[in-house]
Design a protein. Structure first.
Lengths: 79, 336
């Protein structure tokens, strides 16, 4: 998967779970501070990402995934 | 070899519903002080606007008897005809005897066996499954199932993870024999390796030893790893619900209502998203005004839908309970 493909898939996940417009899901955005995604939605997003990307996101790792780029890079490194 | 006579196998159905709603309405603003939270935060994370607590002089037995009586009246069956009373609770303050025998005495159910089960938030569908088995096998004609909790007694009001969640109340189903199935098979399971996810601590032995050593009384309170439970419920209960529908020979399009344990509105949201119900399926959201009443939440939520006219007698509802254990149970029911 290219970075763009990962980002596009992530945009659709964030939109479905947290109702954030796909265009707002940019690499430099913070989930909590910019996109108003709270901790429970982050858990759901991580679960959907695990399924779509075939990665495992441990609970301890979830805390480090603060921005959209963090998730994209995590998926790229672990998929 | 001489045969043992067996009673004929048969089906069961729910013929009565009764609830007791705790009388004291507690708004979020009343509890946010010690946990440094806000009404908005609680509503966003849980959906809860208020919860109902029982006053100090109302016991879980009082609430259970009230709900049980109403279920009997609804069905037009006298307590003397009860074969079994099953109470699901985690807030009965005695190790023994059970809450169920006290309910049996107060109801005047002279011929009923009575016992409690401990399956926390999964307890109500667990007990309904047991009742179905007792009736189907011919052991009992009428079984009263009661979920009752007074979790306000067991909540740490300074715990930021649980203080705003738990509440009090009771709900009861009366089940009886039926020519056609009134329930789908119960899909249940447990994972005791995750027992620490929701646990009432300290144990009574730990309490005694701590008191001996320090003179300080650490009353048992519910502790919950909220995110872990959220992930487990959201990740696992969709499949459990699908299995319960399949066991009843149904699809999400065939039912009229979804009545999950009222754990957290956000869990309900995620389950609804995962189950892809058609618009026509009514979703129970009693937690908004009642809070999380553990074993009592499914009958209380169903009662609300009936009172509001959102479901009617004869409709099919999918119920699922999940929580401490971890344990879960689900079944399709025909609404009484």
């Amino acid at each position: 998967m290219t970075d763009q493909e990962i980002l596009d898939t992530l945009r659709s996940i964030v939109n479905e779970i947290a109702g954030v417009a796909e265009a707002d899901v940019q690499l430099d955005k913070s989930f909590v501070d910019d996109l108003d995604v709270d901790s429970l939605s982050m858990v759901e997003i991580s679960m959907a990402a695990e399924e779509k990307f075939g990665v495992s996101i441990p609970d301890a790792e979830l805390k480090n995934l603060k921005t959209v780029a963090d998730v994209v890079n995590f998926v790229k490194a672990n998929a | 070899m001489t045969n043992i006579a067996a009673r004929p196998l048969r089906h069961s159905e729910i013929i009565g519903l009764g609830v007791h709603r705790a009388s004291r309405i507690v708004l979020n603003d009343e509890i946010v002080g010690p946990i440094d939270s806000s009404d908005q935060w609680i509503q966003e994370r849980t959906g809860i606007k208020q919860r109902t607590w029982a006053p100090a002089d109302i016991s879980i037995i009082d609430m259970a008897v009230d709900a049980g009586n109403k279920a009997l009246v609804h069905a037009g069956i006298s307590a003397e005809r009860l074969g079994t009373i099953i109470v699901s609770t985690i807030s009965h303050p005695y190790q023994t005897p059970s809450a169920a025998v006290l309910v049996q005495d107060r109801l005047g159910a002279r011929h009923a066996g009575a016992f409690d089960i401990s399956a926390a938030c999964a307890g109500f569908p667990y007990a309904v499954g047991l009742a179905n088995g007792l009736i189907s096998s011919g052991e009992s004609d009428y079984v009263l199932v009661i979920g009752v909790e007074k979790l306000s007694d067991w909540t740490d009001m300074s715990d930021r993870g649980t203080a705003f969640i738990f509440a009090d109340g009771a709900g009861a189903f009366l089940l009886g024999p039926s020519a056609v199935p009134g329930l789908g098979a119960t899909i249940w399971g447990a994972d005791g390796s995750e027992f620490e996810a929701i646990v009432m601590q300290p144990s009574l032995i730990e309490l005694r030893e701590h008191f001996k050593q320090t003179g300080e009384l650490q009353f048992p309170k519910l502790r919950m790893q909220g995110q872990k439970v959220f992930k487990w419920a959201v990740g696992g209960m969709v499949e459990v619900c699908h299995r319960a529908l399949e066991a009843a020979g149904l699809t999400p399009d065939d039912i009229q209502a979804f009545v999950p344990h009222q754990a957290n509105n956000r869990i309900t949201d995620a389950l609804v998203r995962g189950l892809k119900f058609p618009e026509s399926v009514v979703i129970a959201r009693d937690i908004i005004l009642t809070g999380n009443t553990s074993a009592a939440s499914i009958p209380l939520a169903l009662d609300t839908l009936l009172r509001e006219g959102q479901v009617k007698s004869g409709d099919l509802a999918l119920t699922v309970g999940f929580g401490a254990g971890l344990a879960y149970a689900a079944q399709v029911i025909r609404v009484p």
